[in-house]
Structure formats: structure tokens, C-alpha cells
Design a protein around this ligand. Sequence first.
Ligand SMILES: Cc1ncc(COP(=O)(O)O)c(C=O)c1O
Length: 452
Amino acid sequence: MGSVKSEAKSQPEIRTALPGPKAKALIDRDKSVVSPSYTRGYPLVIERGAGAMVEDVDGNVFLDCAAGIAVNSTGHSHPAVVRAITEQAQKFLHMSGTDFYYEPQVRLAEELAAVVPIAGGVRSFFGNSGTEAIEACIKLSRHTTGRQNIIAFLGGFHGRSMGSLALTASKAIQRRGFGPLLPGVYHAPYPDPYRCPLGSTPDTCADACVDYIEHQLFTHLVSPDEVAAIVVEPIQGEGGYVVPPDAFLQRLRALTTKHGILLVADEVQSGMGRSGRMFAMEFSGVEPDMIAVAKGIASGLPLGVAVARAGLMAWPPGSHASTFGGNPVSCAAALATIALLREGLVENAADVGAYLMAGLKALAVTHPIIGDVRGRGLMIGVELVRDRLTKERAAEERDAVVSSCFARGLLLLGAGKNAVRFSPPLVVTREQADTAIEIFDQALTEVERSRR
Ligand SMILES: Cc1ncc(COP(=O)(O)O)c(C=O)c1O
């Protein structure tokens, strides 16, 4: 694809059997030397990318609706981001913001203060990943409240280091064999309007889940005055792209305020424009006390940030730090990314997201395997079921659909047990959305036929 060729390609083109010979050779090498814990759903070996398109090592071209797990917000190798990275790399690569000062880190903290939905001033702590942003939120919550316990939600994903893993309650395999985890963590049900875990209707599910915290957890297990924080994804990501009713976050805010508990929004996946607003919390009008940001913030360079109300981030020098956190090259990439988001990509996420969502909803008319289509902006989940009445989860079928899309030149990822996620770069066009819908349609047809 290269810089010249890549601009010519805005549609998929499959030229070899998949994986092609070069891809197969690399996968064989990977097998003997790379950790087998990674979850590779299909054999994509990327050579290069541009915008929403990816070319593999055998010259096959794919439309990318996975974006490296919702990371490549500005598309692959956006020229403005590459320029910012190159210019910074030519000046210096590292000086540790823990011990010294540099402008990109300060400017990024100023930019974040301007875009996060927290009024009255914030401070930022810089790490390298989503899990580190969550660790910082856990530590700061405990430090600033003097309380130990944390509440998180079933189905939630917050990372895999030992503290954030204790909050993660997505798939049992992610926790299996690693205990004991951080003590003092309690889980509550998350209001999935399509299948309320407490058996309530979509209208009452949010209340039922918050009531569970108030009347079950606070009554039987943990006193609210010993809870430091409630950590919540405003849209559950790995759990299946589940959008809770706005009332959920509003009631959580009221509950946390009443008991002096901090509300921590994990916007690692939903943040940085993906939802069609800069942060998904904005839809509910709820201000959290802290926000964890990572993934899309630096278009692919490693960066994680815990942003907190300024008054809360008052821990003394030495209490928390990271050698690489807030790396200047990552900060430069983030500054270029935020500029692009503000200049139109958030708007594009809202516009193309609504278009893609409408197209996917229309597919439900002809594909009974589609149980639910939900999401916000370019964070869309399609839940597949074997029967619309029983809502039996079509997990194997989901995997087959994702594989069939790959074979046709569309990169997707699963989310939860039986949902497909659409999380393309925010530069994706309506024409590319049409292509994604068309390929998804063909894959659904193929899988539905094979299961009859
Ligand atoms: C909502 C959420 N929080 C935290 C994380 C952890 O991020 P990382 O993999 O960068 O540690 C993820 C990763 O998928 C996530 O989706």
C-alpha cells in the first residue's frame, strides 16, 4: 500500500488465500517464541496501514473496523500524528516526567483539562496504558479518601495488572489462576437494557442495579462510609458494547455524592471521541471525580492518563510515579490527536456512527440472528442470538461471522460472549461504512445458511 498506493485504496481487496504465504510463515515463527496468552481470532499479519485501511504482508487490503482494539482513533499513521511524533523524536525521546519537566507533558495536561467533562480544574497523572490509568485511580481513591473498598460491575473490563484485574469481571479466564486479587472489591450488576441481569425491564433495569448496591451491598457486605470509589464504564466495552440508560450514571452520581464515595469513569475505550462526544459521560450530563483515559488518546502510541479533580490529586511527591509515563513522543502524538479530534473527527464519529448504526439496524430485518444493535458514535455492538425470544447467545456463530468478514476483507472483533463490535478509526467514511455493512450482511447470510 505504501504512502502512494495506500491513498488509492479505500476498499478491501483479497488477493491470496488467508493467511497468505508470508503471513503463514510469520505466524509459525510467532508460535514458538511469543506468549500463547494472546487471543488471536484470525490470522492477520499487518504490513502497513493508512486511514481506515490495512494491508497485510501478502498484499491483501482490509477495511479496519477494529482499530487495534479501538486505539487508532485518527486512523493508521495519520500524517499530522506521524509529523508530531517525528519532530518530537528528533528533539529527545525520554527524560522521565517523574523527575524532570518538558513542555509536551504540561501542554497535554492543559489540553485534557480543557476537554474532560469535569468543571473546576483537574490534574493528570501519566502512565503508559489503560490498566496503569486504572491503577492510578484505585490508588488515588484510597489515598485521598482513606477508605479501602472499591465497587465495580459485572461484565466490566478495567485491565490485567493485579489491582485493575480485581475490578475486571468480564471473562473468568482473565482471572483464573491469578488469585488472590486485591481485597475489598465488590461487584454489582450492570444495567444491560437488552438482557437485564436482574430480570427487570429496560426501563427499570438501571434502578434495579443501583438498588442492588444500596440495598444488597451496603446492607449486607460493605458499609458505604468504607467505600473509596465506584469505578464504572459509561459504555461497557469488552463486556459487549453495552449502553446503560442515562439514569444509571445519574443515580450512581447521587449515590456516591450522598456517601462521599468517588465516582471514577473508565473511559479507556469509550473516550477520546469514539462515542460521538469527546467522552461518553457527557451523554448523561454526569461529572465524575476521575476519568481513566488511554487507547485512542495517542492514536496508537502507549499512553494512559488518570485525570482527577484538582483538589483530589493532592498526593505528596514520591507517592506515585512511572519512569516511562507521559513519554514525550506519546504526548506529542496525543496533542496532535486531540487537535484532529476537535477539528472534526468527533463530529465524524457521530455522523458516520449514526449512519453505520442505521445500516446495521436495517440488517436485523433480514437476519434473525441479530438480537440487538446498540452503541454510540463509532462504538457499536451487534449481539447475535440463536432465537430472538429466548435470546440464546450465538457465541460460535459470532466467531464464524467475524472470521467470514476477515475472509472478505473486513476486520472486526468480538465483544462479550456473542456480540460483534464495530470500532473503526474515527476517520472512516460513509462509503466505507456501506462496505462494512455489505460485507457483514454477506457473512451473516453465510453463517445463517450453514447453521440451518
Ligand atoms: C474500559 C477499559 N479499561 C481498561 C482497559 C485496559 O487497558 P490496557 O489494555 O491498555 O491496559 C481496557 C482495555 O481493553 C478497557 O477497555
